[in-house]
Ligand binder design. Structure first.
Ligand code: NAD
Ligand code: UGA
Length: 322
């Protein structure tokens, strides 16, 4: 089996590409090494990819012909994108539309003529729901994004559904709920929290810390990608939540980190940030029904692994912070 992983030098893409290679897939990775966070972080991920036997090409999906990349590919795992809820306002928005909407449309067009393609997995987001109608939120609930980022992720998801309906591109969109684990992006909460804990520096909380997230461990996100790639029971155009089942507040997370760290944390509470939703929590009944997938790593175990990764990187002087 041959896979194309876009965004392979990023957080989720690097974990997925390594797992595919170790499972015996032939894996091509592409990434444009955007400057959203440090290139050094992505170079570290790239070294892990190369060691695992993944072929990595540096290219921008928006600027090269994509048909040749898809020619012999069985499954596309489209992880490339511009993430980050809170930075998607103002002048940054065009970066989000370019990376999330335009690049996805271009890849879908190329997928139309990819003869061997049997699955196109798109990394969507819980941010499409905004402040959801109910919890646990189901895929059929009204998507009403609360950030410009969420708007772009939803637009690209709609494109995936359109290309399935009109041109039989075998898409499936996975709505990931706040993913964490080793190599998590440096702008995200857990990487910042565990790094600050290890260094005994202040942890900055946006708002009162009562916001709730359905945090999802990265290996579970990887296994969800594999589950939909391999299943014959997933209809083209399908949309599934991929949620960890944790539904815990940010203050609750700090409680676990305090225990793992073994001493008090320094915590500063700052104003909440525009675009942040109060709560996420996804039903995973639909993906369980279609593929048998369920999350396997609970928040305490996942946080412990994330903490150990940061502690090791800091001790060895190899953790790139930004
Ligand atoms: P990331 O920034 O670490 O990885 C994305 C990668 O895509 C980056 O390495 C970037 O250089 C690359 N990229 C961006 N535009 C590109 C282009 N035009 N051509 C080629 N490469 C390009 O982010 P991540 O956290 O790994 O997220 C991966 C995907 O999952 C994103 O699409 C994101 O929207 C989605 N997602 C992430 C989370 C999460 O919690 N991390 C949650 C929901 C959805
Ligand atoms: C994450 C990703 O960044 C998005 O790309 C993704 O699409 C989204 O999940 C999703 O699930 O769809 P977010 O939930 O904001 O977005 O993830 P974190 O950055 O880990 O933040 C979690 C919570 O901690 C947020 O309420 C945030 O405001 C808070 N936070 C974050 C802090 O209090 N302090 C920080 O330093 C960072």
């Amino acid at each position: 089996m041959r896979a194309l992983v876009t965004g392979a030098a990023g957080f989720v893409g690097s974990h997925l590409a390594v797992r595919l290679a170790s499972d015996g897939w032939s894996v091509d990775g592409v990434d444009s090494f955007t400057d959203y966070y440090s290139r050094a972080r992505k170079e570290d991920n790239a070294a892990v990819l190369r060691a695992a036997g993944v072929r990595l090409l540096e290219l921008d999906l928006n600027t090269v012909p994509l048909e040749p990349l898809l020619a012999d590919v069985d499954v596309v795992f489209h992880q490339a994108g511009q993430p980050g809820v809170r930075k998607s306002w103002g002048d940054n928005f065009s970066t989000y539309t370019e990376a999330n909407v335009n690049a996805t449309q271009k890849l879908l067009e190329a997928a139309r003529s990819a003869k061997k393609l049997r699955r196109f997995v798109y990394a969507s987001s819980s941010s499409v729901y905004g402040d959801a109608e109910r919890f646990p939120t189901r895929e059929s609930d009204l998507p009403r994004p609360h950030s410009p980022y969420g708007v772009t992720k939803l637009a690209a998801e709609h494109l995936c559904v359109l290309y399935a309906r009109n041109f039989d591109v075998p898409t499936v969109s996975l709505r990931y709920f706040t993913v964490y684990g080793p190599r998590q992006r440096p702008d995200m909460a857990f990487t910042r929290f565990v790094t600050a804990a290890v260094e005994e520096s202040p942890i900055k909380i946006f708002g009162d810390g009562n916001q709730i997230r359905d945090f999802t461990y990265v290996e579970d996100v990887v296994s969800a990608n594999l589950a939909v790639a391999e299943s014959t029971r997933v209809a083209p155009g399908a949309v599934f939540n991929v949620a960890g089942g944790s539904s815990i507040s940010v203050n609750g997370v700090l409680g676990h980190i305090r225990e793992i760290h073994g001493s008090e944390l320094h915590v500063d509470y700052l104003p909440r940030v525009d675009g942040d939703v109060f709560r996420t929590g996804g039903s995973t009944a639909a993906i369980a029904e279609a593929t048998g997938w369920a999350p396997t790593v609970d928040i305490r175990e996942g946080l412990s692994r994330h903490y150990q990764w940061a502690a090791k990187g800091i001790a060895e002087g190899t953790l790139v912070r930004l």
